[in-house]
Every structure is written in C-alpha cells, then in structure tokens.
Design a protein around this ligand. Structure first.
Ligand code: GDP
Length: 295
C-alpha cells in the first residue's frame, strides 16, 4: 500500500530535515518533488496542485509548533494535509432509521462488491447487529450463488433470490424476510456491469427510491486508480452516495484513488478492503492512513 509514494515522500522530507533553516526556495523545491510523487501515485492532477498549494501556505504561514525544527515542521504539515485530503475523521456506516435498515452496495462488476457484502456482514455482527444478506444481482447467476455460499460460510441469513426475479422486488421482499429472521440490517448486493451505463443506474435509482437505504456505498477497486475516482463521480451523481469502500488496497502500490476520491467527490472513504478473506476489511481513518503513507 502506497509503497512508492512513501519512498518518494520520505526521501524529499529527509532532505528538508537536513536544513537548519528553511527558505521559500527550499520549500518550493521540495514541493515540486512532492507534486511529482503524487502524480506518479496517480493522484488527480488538480488534487495534487491544490495539495501542494495548501502545504506551501501552511508552511509559510508558520502554522507550526515552536518545539519542532523547520524540517520536522514540514513533515507535520504534510502529514496533516494528507489527513485533511482524505477526510477529517473516520466516518462509519449510517444505520439510522426504523429497523430493519438497509445498506445498499453498488459498483462495477469485479470491484469486490459481493466479497465486501460478506465482510460488512461480519463487521456488523461484531458490532452487535444482526445482518441479512440480499443477493440482488440477478444478471450474473454466479453472483447469487457466490453470496449464498459466503452467507452459509459466515453463518449469516441470506434472502433466497433467484435468477430472473426483479431486483426491486427482491429488495422489497427481503425486508419482510429479514424481519422474520430477526435481523436488523439488510446488506443489498446490487448488480454490477463492466462499465457505467444508464440501465444499471436506472435500476439502482429504482432500488434506492423503493428501499430508502440508510447508507449507500460504492465499492470501487483501488487498483484502477483514477478510473475508480471517475466511477465514484458517476455513481455519486446518480445516487448521492453515503461513502466509498475502496477494495484491493493490499494490491495497490500507488494509492491515487485513496488520495483523490474525497477531494474529487466530496464523499468519504468509509472502509478499505485489504484482502480476499472476509475479515480483511478496515474502517478507514484518514489520520492513520496519512501516518502510514509517511512511513
Ligand atoms: P463483484 O463482481 O463486485 O461482486 O466482485 P467479487 O466480490 O466477486 O470480487 C472480485 C475479485 O476480487 C474476487 O476474486 C475477490 O476475492 C477479489 N477481492 C475483493 N476484495 C478484495 C480485496 O480487498 N483484496 C484483494 N486482494 N482481493 C479482493
């Protein structure tokens, strides 16, 4: 995760730390390299530009602590700016409303939606909730089987969806089934496509208006970099997302999506997927992630 960026940033910041006193020229040189490192990490170019502008302003504005040396001050400024870029603090799932509530998962095929549905069921159960999994991807027969199998492995009740059923009907009927099973949180695994298309969006909008989910998450693949950011923009435009789950962070050495999504869409990353196992889900904490990036 962020391997290359960490290497580049620590090297730039190490150089700065070597100076007793920092001039605007020192800072400008370092920031140029920070910007290059961000672009190489596939951070959106506008985000990278705003980011270095912000650091410069803070560095020259002495928004710093007197106990630190100039080099350390810049490290702190970069750390804080990285955290701000990704959001202020962890934003959890919204589960407000009359029970049972629904969490709607959306995303393209292969993004990790079904896997994330299982991960979230486990996460919610650990928090004392009673999750109910709902396979609503009726176009890919394997998707329904995959979620039913996962549910049985995790011992989580699952709606008995069948290929050919209407996904809106599934989501509507699943509510009563969840209640019968004594469950309080439905996790809707909606259909994905290979790319964003109007039909997919129209179906998701219908499900949203029928079910009124308490939270709507986009599941996006971190390894696709700026594509994930553009997908987040499209889905947010149609559905007004509550947040994003960024999957496959374990395989993403660059980190561009993680660093750009909040700045570009205004929507927080709520969780990251860090592996294929059902336990490989982490609540996303911008401040901890910033420290992780700086090594
Ligand atoms: P869906 O089509 O969106 O439902 O995607 P799936 O849940 O079937 O996932 C597609 C592939 O990505 C599967 O092989 C998953 O095991 C894998 N996958 C999902 N999330 C992660 C993750 O966080 N890390 C890794 N390494 N693989 C993941």
């Amino acid at each position: 995760m962020f391997d290359n960026l960490t290497e580049k940033l620590t090297s730039v910041l190490k150089d700065l730390r070597g100076h007793g006193k920092l001039t605007e020229k020192n800072i400008d040189g370092a920031l140029k390299e920070v910007r290059m490192a961000l672009l190489e990490a596939d951070v959106h170019y506008k985000v990278a530009k705003t980011f270095v502008g912000e650091i410069k302003e803070r560095a020259l504005g002495h928004e710093v602590m007197e106990s630190l040396t100039p080099g350390q001050q810049v490290v702190k400024i970069v750390n804080d700016a990285l955290a701000d870029l990704m959001g202020e603090s962890h934003e959890d799932l919204v589960l407000a409303g009359e029970k049972p509530v629904s969490v709607m998962l959306t995303g393209l095929q292969g993004s990790g939606k079904t896997t994330t549905a299982g991960k979230l069921a486990l996460y919610l159960r650990k928090k004392g909730r009673k999750p109910f999994l709902v396979p609503a991807d009726v176009y890919r027969p394997a998707a329904i089987d995959q979620l039913k199998k996962l549910a049985s492995q995790l011992d989580v009740p699952v709606f008995d969806s069948e290929v050919g059923m209407d996904p809106v009907d599934i989501c509507r009927s699943a509510r009563a089934a969840a209640q019968q099973n004594g469950c309080d949180t439905l996790i809707l695994d909606t259909a994905g496509r290979l790319h964003v298309d109007e039909e997919l969006m129209a179906e998701l909008v219908r499900i949203k208006s029928e079910v009124a989910p308490s939270d709507i998450l986009l599941v996006a693949d971190a390894m696709t970099g700026q594509d994930a950011v553009n997908i987040a923009k499209s889905f947010d435009g149609a559905l007004d997302l509550g947040g994003v789950v960024l999957t496959k962070m374990d395989g993403d050495a660059r980190g561009g999506a993680a660093l750009s999504i909040k700045a570009v869409t205004g929507k927080p990353i709520k969780f990251i997927g860090t592996g294929e196992k059902s336990s490989a889900l982490e609540p996303f904490h911008p401040d901890r992630m910033a420290s992780r990036i700086l090594g």
